[in-house]
Design a protein around this ligand. Structure first.
Ligand SMILES: Nc1ncnc2c1ncn2[C@@H]1O[C@H](COP(=O)(O)OP(=O)(O)O)[C@@H](O)[C@H]1O
Ligand SMILES: O=C(CO)[C@H](O)[C@H](O)COP(=O)(O)O
Length: 548
């Protein structure tokens, strides 16, 4: 019998990646990448309308381009015949949500709405809905909503209802025109199948779906009278289970992708959570850090624990039968990108160009010759706010210890170390709340930075295993496609055959660890001083910035 294959499509923050995976062993035979033409719209719309501070929008056409470019490219590179492809699975950043008409047409595609910011897709990193998130949290606390502790005690401005409420409050006409409010993950599945589904993963982690339901109308009505029926009028209450089949490829979408009509399409997934089976992680105690523009920390547990500052816990949110815990850092790769773009003197750019390497590689090489503590810096990794454990998008970055002798590689290394300290806070927060972390598995684009990986091992004091495939989330989605197509009975069986990880690829250096333990103590002092209310200067500065 001919080998069978599955397609996984991972919609990241800056690009869409497609892989063709052999379902017998998870081997990746072909890859395709489509950088988003509009990337992240954080200053103006395509029609030049200016956006406010902390906005982050995307263009739905960029997602359709992935189906029309990256998927055919991966298929071509693999040499696989469409008839041998049994399923397609997708994962997406979340919460990345959008308003559409009843038939799924994005409001921003309609000429009459194209100039309205609230007609566009709100990317996960859209923080302008922080005021709405603050009210969501205050009301939930006041009403004693059972679900608030399931999200670490705070809903983030990055999640669904803060964004939906911002549309209603800032552009009621756009809210009125939005017949559907939907995660982009479910929207792209809708474009492939012609069927509107809502996946249990984004609903649980990003839209407060707990114990089988969303919050009641009374809660939403207290936020805003016109928000009472947001779920009943614009969402769906029956959720599609992970590993389920959302539908089949329509002839139109078959024309885009080069695959055959009728190919099974799996229910959508979140880009971080879907990575666990790709790493063969389907049991408690193994935290997977999906490191890209941001980092998501996803961990399985066999008991329900309320962990302060986590993003969420959902029974069956990652694999059936276990609790899926999520925490995260809203800025990681983005912080390094910001520094490379804005803080590195021209001579480094020129040297990298002369050597034909990228700036990250040059800075990594220059900074890796240092011993821990040699640069005398400690930084806070909050340039894009803090997602866990403080859940506060209004915090900001800081670098302490700068002197006239500080150079670009010093700062680059200090920023990497700061993100490692932030990860250690998250790991220790899980352990302190009764959720064991015995192993850290790294996935995502940042694993290519070996200095970063060694720093993470030294700072956390734990060996790091590595998911070696380039596109971890996409492989995880292909595994869900194989389950949806009936190749495997469940994701556990698929992970056994298709998942792979290189265990203990980086181990802590005892000498470095001792120095980092001291530096971590300095980080925690700054973390608590600026992040837990001792000094509100960061909030005051943000308020001044917003006021201008
Ligand atoms: N060698 C590197 N070291 C550190 N950061 C890197 C390196 N290469 C790329 N990055 C950062 O990784 C991020 C992209 O991560 P990736 O996983 O490829 O995409 P996504 O976050 O969209 O899933 C960017 O923010 C970029 O600045
Ligand atoms: O919060 C999320 C998952 O729960 C986002 O999907 C994630 O933060 C996006 O990160 P990246 O751009 O690195 O894929």
């Amino acid at each position: 019998m001919a080998e069978r294959y599955a397609v996984g499509v991972d919609f990241g923050s800056e690009s869409g990646r497609a892989v063709i995976v052999r379902v017998s062993d998870g081997a990746v035979l072909g890859e395709g990448v489509t950088p988003y033409a509009h990337v992240v719209m954080d200053r103006t719309l395509p029609t030049e309308e200016k956006l406010g501070k902390e906005w982050a929008l995307q263009h739905p056409q960029d997602y359709l381009d992935v189906f029309q470019q990256a998927v055919p490219a991966a298929l071509k590179a693999s040499g696989v015949f469409p008839d041998d492809v049994i399923g397609i699975g997708i994962d997406f950043t979340a919460c990345t949500m959008m308003p559409t008409t009843a038939d799924g047409t994005p409001l921003c595609f309609l000429p009459e709405y194209a100039r309205r910011p609230h007609a566009w897709v709100k990317l996960w990193k859209h923080h302008a809905s922080q005021p709405q998130a603050d009210r969501i949290n205050a009301l939930a606390e006041g009403r004693g909503e059972f679900w608030l502790p399931r999200y670490g005690g705070k809903q983030s401005s990055e999640w669904f209802f803060a964004k939906a409420l911002q549309i209603l409050e800032e552009d009621p006409e756009m809210y009125g025109a939005s017949e559907r409010l939907i995660e982009a993950a479910d929207w792209v599945v809708w474009q492939l199948t012609g069927v509107e589904t809502r996946n249990a993963c984004t609903a649980g982690y990003k839209a407060i779906h707990q114990d089988g339901h969303f919050p009641d109308q009374g809660y939403f009505a207290e936020l805003h009278p016109d928000f009472a029926d947001v779920v009943q009028t614009r969402m769906k209450e029956d959720l599609a289970p992970l590993g389920g089949k959302a539908g089949e490829l329509t002839p139109r979408a078959a024309g885009w992708t080069g695959l055959k009509p009728g190919t099974a399409i799996a229910v959508a997934n979140v880009d971080a959570h879907v990575t666990l089976p790709a790493a063969g992680v389907t049991e408690p105690g193994r935290l997977v850090a999906i490191m890209g523009t941001s980092t998501c920390h996803v961990l399985l547990g066999d008991t329900l624990r309320e962990v302060p500052g986590m993003c969420g816990v959902v029974p069956g949110g990652v694999v059936p039968g276990l609790y899926g815990y999520e925490a995260g850092q809203s800025g990681v790769g983005d912080i390094f990108a910001w520094f490379v773009k804005n803080g590195v003197p021209p001579e480094y750019h020129e040297q990298a160009k002369r050597e034909g390497i990228n700036l990250h590689a040059l800075l990594e090489r220059e900074a890796s010759t240092q011993a821990p503590g040699e640069h005398g810096l400690v930084a806070l990794d909050w340039i894009n706010g803090n997602r866990s454990v403080l859940v506060d998008a209004n915090l900001s970055g800081m670098i302490l210890g700068l002197t006239l002798g500080t150079r670009a590689p010093d700062i680059y290394r200090a920023l990497i170390e700061a993100t490692a300290y932030g990860t250690r806070v998250i790991v220790e927060n899980f352990e302190g709340s009764g959720v064991p972390v015995n192993e850290i598995v790294i996935s995502g684009g940042l694993k290519r930075n070996r200095m970063l990986m060694q720093i993470y091992a030294d700072v956390t004091g734990r060996p790091l295993s590595v998911l070696d495939v380039e596109q971890g989330p996409a492989v995880g989605s292909a595994m869900h496609a194989a389950v949806a197509a009936g190749e495997y009975p469940d994701i556990f069986a698929a992970a056994k055959c298709m998942g792979k990880v290189r265990r203990e690829a980086f181990v802590p250096d005892a000498k470095n660890q001792r120095t980092y333990d001291r530096l971590y103590g300095e980080y925690v002092s700054l973390h608590d001083y600026f992040g837990r209310g001792a000094n509100e200067v960061m909030h005051r500065l943000k308020a001044m910035r917003r006021a201008d």
